[in-house]
Write a protein that binds this ligand. Sequence first.
Ligand code: DQA
Length: 149
Amino acid sequence: MSRLVFVLNGPNLNLLGKRQPHIYGHETLADVEAQCRELAEELNLKIRFHQSNREYELIDWIHEAREIAGGIVMNPAAFTHTSVAILDALNTFDHPVIEVHISNVHKREEFRHHSFVSSRADGVIAGFGTQGYLLGLRRLAKLIDEKKA
Ligand code: DQA
């Protein structure tokens, strides 16, 4: 299986570090990307790291991943709670998907408790801060290694 992994980020995550830091922390998305790249090297993974505020762009990246990637780590942000289109796109992807949320969505407003993406995800990480992305990458590396064995 391909050791290329897509790390996809949904709307408003470009403002990470500035946006509600009491909820999402002070690290920027560039910090998260740097940490993901460092860990990917250790895990012998290649990563494509993307963020968009546009639903269609996230869907296009999932379609691209479908052709070339062995896994997806995705924080769909608010689209988690609204997007059947992202769920449908992920259902066309044949390899592991890890859903990540920086905050513990279950401790927050009720509308954040439902995720369309969770019915497809192989694992869900919420409330671990930006460390969730790294845990997601570690899990994907393990799943890819197991498939190879
Ligand atoms: C989020 C949680 C979502 O409810 C919210 O809309 C986000 C970020 C998180 O990472 O905690 O934008 O996915």
